[in-house]
Ligand binder design. Structure first.
Ligand SMILES: NC(=O)c1ccc[n+]([C@@H]2O[C@H](COP(=O)([O-])OP(=O)(O)OC[C@H]3O[C@@H](n4cnc5c(N)ncnc54)[C@H](OP(=O)(O)O)[C@@H]3O)[C@@H](O)[C@H]2O)c1
Length: 134
């Protein structure tokens, strides 16, 4: 298993293909990084900038379509890609939300739209995505 940042902004298709080829199972961290509310508390640093908010409308529109929250949509994306997901929450209602992912499925057209949002780098680490470091 390899635990890496995976969300619609950071999809790492070449690495995923290599891992699949080698029998290495992907586990996604920072699945919720695209949320505008992600790590906004003081001290919760990341490489996310104001510019990275530009796709928020896509996620909110899809969440409305499926009757879910944006967080659920992002987690369901990971599951449909075949990844383990490990969302972190200190909020009981949000933990419950993050467990309730079985009642809907993102359709193929929307999965293709989400695939088009890849930016090629992660934002979880303030120093940059460790996948790209030598
Ligand atoms: N291996 C590595 O290098 C690595 C790197 C980064 C992270 N991780 C691990 O991966 C796990 C998750 O990563 P992460 O904390 O970066 O990102 P995450 O789980 O994608 O996002 C956590 C943030 O999203 C919020 N959140 C959680 N559920 C939500 C919901 N349903 N609606 C709205 N907001 C929600 C949380 O706030 P609340 O607490 O207020 O809900 C918190 O601010 C952690 O356990 C972490 O240890 C591993």
């Amino acid at each position: 298993m390899n635990q890496i940042e995976l969300n619609p902004w950071s999809q790492k298709p070449d690495l995923i293909a290599h891992m699949r080829d080698q029998g290495i199972f992907p586990m996604a961290y920072s699945s919720l990084a695209p949320l505008s509310t992600w790590r906004v508390e003081p001290g919760q640093d990341s490489a996310k900038t104001a510019d990275t908010k530009r796709d928020d409308a896509v996620f909110s529109a899809m969440a409305t379509k499926y009757g879910t929250t944006e967080a659920q949509l992002l987690l369901r994306w990971g599951i449909q890609k075949g990844y383990a997901v490990l969302p972190k929450s200190l909020n009981v209602a949000q933990m419950q939300q993050n467990l309730a992912l079985a009642g809907f499925a993102i359709d193929a057209g929307d999965m293709a739209v989400l695939e088009g949002l890849d930016r090629g780098f992660g934002v979880a680490w303030s120093v940059g995505d460790p996948v790209g470091m030598k």
